[in-house]
Design a protein. Sequence first.
Lengths: 149, 100
Amino acid sequence: MTTKTKIKNEMSLSFPSKSCNEAFARSAVASFIMNLDPTISELSDIKTAVSEAVTNCIVHGYRRTGGTIYIKGRITEDNKVTIKIRDKGCGIEDIKKAMEPLFTTAPEEERAGLGFAVMQSFCDKVKVKSTPQKGTTVTLEKIIGSENE
Amino acid sequence: MLKTEFKNNILTAYIDGEIDHDSAAKIRTKVDGAAQMFKPRELYLDFSGVTFMDSSGVGLVMGRYRQMKLIGGALRVINIPDRLYRIFAMSGLESLGVLR
Ligand SMILES: Nc1ncnc2c1ncn2[C@@H]1O[C@H](COP(=O)(O)OP(=O)(O)OP(=O)(O)O)[C@@H](O)[C@H]1O
Ligand SMILES: [Mg+2]
């Protein structure tokens, strides 16, 4: 059993799958973690990872239908930031394959297939849950402040 | 968001601000329009003014690489800020010799 770490702050957001909301989402998450006093590179890592996950909801999850994107953020006492990005879109058939660097189902749209690789390299942990026809949840975790130790 | 300059058969596009899926579409339209018009021998994408980039920036560069090949020209990405280099390093673009 893990002991529960105390929650310092929480937030939730939802917005339609419009590409102008990619910038909104990453800035909103950046503001949320601001009082942890992140370094410029920690801030940029989180913004980039959130941008990847939100873009995936728009260009893949809601490709055909459009829909609502949900973000939940949490900061715990150990300075861990957890960001969940969820869509109720088409879902992913083979998560393992989807997460391979350079794998993409949309090469003709100039996608590089690097989104998951970037999330993994810029965060401490990335979890993906997905059900075809139901949707996808990506959970990003990053400890803020470990760079200065 | 974008200024272009054509000199000595080189088209330079100065990209400004943040590159994501949203802005990449707009940058792509402008750069390809200018490349169609001038048919340059080389296209330079100048990244010195780029403050943020996700993997859409890699897609943008790969797409322009292919476009330039089609019109018989070459592509170079110049003045890449250090912080953005990490994403490029993951992309395999290094081995194409387009990053400066
Ligand atoms: N939210 C999602 N819903 C449905 N499919 C997804 C979702 N996120 C990712 N995928 C699938 O996983 C693949 C890999 O995603 P990843 O972000 O790594 O690359 P990409 O989006 O194709 O390219 P890039 O992120 O470099 O622009 C996608 O091509 C898509 O098939
Ligand atoms: Mg992606």
